[in-house]
Design a protein around this ligand. Structure first.
Ligand code: NZQ
Ligand code: ZN
Length: 385
């Protein structure tokens, strides 16, 4: 096992009716800004519940944080926070709203150009406003981690930052609030969580059996519960299991002490920045080909994955590995997320543009062995057509 630090201070309030607990976890004297997206929380009643729970607090609202939150929009929220001297943020929504809120929290008191937070990937963040979240879309794990991804539209740059100062103080996870998700977002969420586990598990062995079994347990639970969420969208227990899987997939636990990959995510971010695909759509396209192209360096873990997650024990090594990759692709398709560039009207003609974005963002040696060069990324994209 590799050396590691594990630190996760986020208080999770999980279950039905937990929004009512807000007044207990938001400081009584806080000047609160509630941040949200395009309006789903208005139509499903979540915003009303939040207003009710915070009726004794000083509250303002900021709406319009878009999927793949933009720097341009978030800087308007930063201005509001500064002008109104607000001192506590509450994100209500999916990963985009939570990520956006993390950026606002870090930028509000930042000395210098806030864009440098993203350019320096968060290394220059020395403080942030406290914030909590109410999660309405299980997918990213942002509710219990310290990462954030922001897009500067004018530059077509989708960049991530992380800082110990941007863990949510608390996150409220009420699975019943996910009943109103459109089918596309249910599928996206399961695929994103699955990909998060794979980025931390599908590398090379370092004798970390408990991390491996946690990871395999999350994958198997997503394989079992994901399709049920599509088939029976009103089943609370299914939603609860999917929600907790997505949080556990990226809260630091399974990634402690093991090598991590993240090449699929980095290539995927460029597809979103250039062509506007949903985050999970990009992962569904890139991940199966990434495993195929890099199967020699991932051989031992691919064989373990084939056997333990997909029950593939018979046949030669090659056919078990190919079978596991095929089953991964089929699972994404079963969740309604297409896995080929052509499914999104993209193809060979778009690959050079993705590579030049990767180059300009210094994403030229990706992966757990830093061996995913631009040539490897090209091979992966060519196999994804
Ligand atoms: O904006 P509203 O109207 O709220 O609608 C949203 C949005 O259109 C809708 N939605 C959310 N909850 C709903 C709902 N609709 C009905 N009922 C509900 N209960 O869903 C749409 C997508 O929301 P979004 O927040 O964009 O999705 P997601 O949670 O998948 O977040 C994606 C973003 O997170 C980043 C991605 O790159 C992307 O920008 N990621 C963040 C990570 C992190 N912080 O650790 C890691 C991930 O790998 C990822 O990169
Ligand atoms: Zn992701």
């Amino acid at each position: 096992m590799l050396n590691f630090d594990f630190y996760n201070p986020t208080h999770i309030l999980f279950g039905k009716g937990r929004i009512a607990d807000l007044s207990r976890v938001v400081p009584a004297d806080a000047r609160v800004l509630v941040l949200y997206g395009g309006g789903s929380i208005k139509s499903n009643g979540v915003l009303d519940e939040v207003r009710q729970a915070l009726s004794g607090h000083a509250v303002q609202e900021f709406s319009g944080i878009e999927p793949n939150p933009s720097y341009e929009t978030l800087m308007r929220a930063v201005e509001l926070v500064r002008n109104e001297k607000l001192d506590f943020l509450l994100a209500v929504g999916g990963g985009s709203v939570i990520d956006g809120t993390k950026f606002v929290a870090a930028a509000a008191d930042f000395e210098g150009d806030p864009w440098s937070i993203l350019e320096k990937r968060g290394a220059n963040v020395v403080r942030a406003l406290p914030f909590g979240s109410i999660l309405t879309l299980p997918a990213t794990g942002s509710e219990m981690n310290n990462g954030s991804v922001v897009t500067r539209k004018s530059l077509k740059a989708k960049m991530a930052f992380s800082s110990v100062h941007v863990f949510p103080k608390f996150s409220i996870l009420d699975p019943a609030k996910t009943f109103t998700l459109p089918v596309r977002q249910i599928g996206n969420g399961v695929v994103d969580a699955y990909a998060h586990v794979m980025e931390q598990y599908m590398t090379y062995p370092v004798n970390s059996p408990v991390q491996d079994r946690f990871a395999e347990g999350i994958l198997q639970t997503l394989i079992e519960e994901g399709p049920k969420a599509l088939a029976d969208p009103d089943d609370y227990d299914v939603r609860a299991n999917v929600m907790w899987c997505a949080t556990l997939a990226l809260n630091g636990l399974i990634g402690a002490g093991v090598p991590q990959d993240w090449a699929t995510h980095m290539v995927g971010h460029e597809l979103t920045a250039l062509y506007g695909l949903d985050h999970a759509q990009t992962l569904a396209i890139v991940l199966p080909s990434m495993l195929q192209v890099r199967k020699e360096s991932k051989r031992a873990k691919l064989l373990q994955y084939a056997e333990r997650v997909w029950g593939l024990k018979d046949g030669d090594e090659e056919s078990r590995i190919d079978g596991a990759i095929e089953k991964t692709r089929n699972f994404f398709e079963q969740m309604g997320v297409k896995t080929r560039l052509t499914d999104y009207a993209l193809g060979a003609e778009n690959i050079d543009a993705v590579l030049s974005q990767l180059k300009s963002h210094r994403m030229v040696t990706l992966g757990e062995r830093r061996d995913v060069t631009l040539a490897v990324s090209r091979q992966v994209l060519e196999l994804s057509i």
